[in-house]
Design a binder for this molecule. Sequence first.
Ligand code: FES
Ligand SMILES: [Fe+2]
Length: 405
Amino acid sequence: MNKPHPNVAFDFSPLHDMKFGTDVPEMGTGPVSTEAVTSPEYFEKEKDKIFKRTWLEVGRVEEVEGIGDYLTRELKVLGTNIMVVRGKDGALRAFHNMCPHRGMALATDACGSAKGFACEFHGWAFGLDGVLNYVPAEESFTDLDKSKLGLRPLACDTWNGFIFVHWEAEPELGLKESLGGMGEQVDGFPFDRCKHIAHYSATVKANWKVCIDAFQEAYHATYLHRHAIPGASDMGIALPTSVRFYGPHRSVSAWLKMDIQPTAAEAIAYKHGPVGFAKVSDEEFGGANPDNDESWWFDINVFFPNFFCDIGRGWYFTYNFWPNAVNETVWNMNIYQLDAATAGERIVQEFTRIVLRDTVYEDMSTMESSQKAFDSGVIKEQVLGDLEIAVRHGYEVVEAWMNKP
Ligand code: FES
Ligand SMILES: [Fe+2]
């Protein structure tokens, strides 16, 4: 029997009926070594064994809608800068952002629109399809084969408007296959009806998995988020209710007990929904609440290795975690919502944006602190409970990929 918590009113004991919507892989129950988040050698190996072998989400199709639109991304974990470009044929292609002559970067902006790419160094010119079209003083080169000197490609594909790239130009598994059941669960959500409303970003002195872990369990929400999410401490807000595993990916539904007494200001925002990350719509959405949980609040969908697409009633937000080093990660968050039809809904949206900002501040306050403790060598293992099963699964999957031939 649980003793009452000294600081919060919520009784955790009913939580042991967490449901599983899929088979649960064998993961053991013991502590997990911190080597995976502190060892520079482990991190070096992750680059080859994980990041060069998986589809990585880099943006949305709305960012590169027109012919010639491009975006660039600095992917230190792959040791490269990449560009995604929409060609004259409407297709999206990804290239390493480097001139095949002597390596100069071709696009220097984070995004833009171009008719083609002319290198600033010696003027080699490339089409939107990466083909080398023109070399100044071409006759000065011996046996120059322009057809072999196009931009170096990465594989590029989209799923529900999300753009993914793969280090290998021809990966063994296509994007859809590699997303598997995780992609299928979320298919049907109206991503194309949602608008981008906010972007937050930070460079965090913590391992990419430590950062991910702070967002893939809901055990912390009742306590850590008692300031940002009104009522969290006495509602048992956001505890996990159902969990699903799809190969390397995983999905956790969070639960919301609704007996809250909002303040006057909150009451205005909550007119259209109960609490922070407000319900924007009454509509039932495909791709959401896969196990039909009562008091469902939102789904935490973790796409291996470093992308989240969390969805609720009329909104979704994404996280990308880009490792710079064993103990440094660039974290990006983008928030999207259905368009507001009324002024009231607009208030709810704004409220959501701000509550989310404050909530993630709280999440971020933990990461560098945890990393420091693990780096000190004093804490050598992480002790994980059932409510942190997604964290445990994360380490299991990483270890399995590290041992793949
Ligand atoms: S490096 Fe690009 S043209 Fe020489
Ligand atoms: Fe959190």
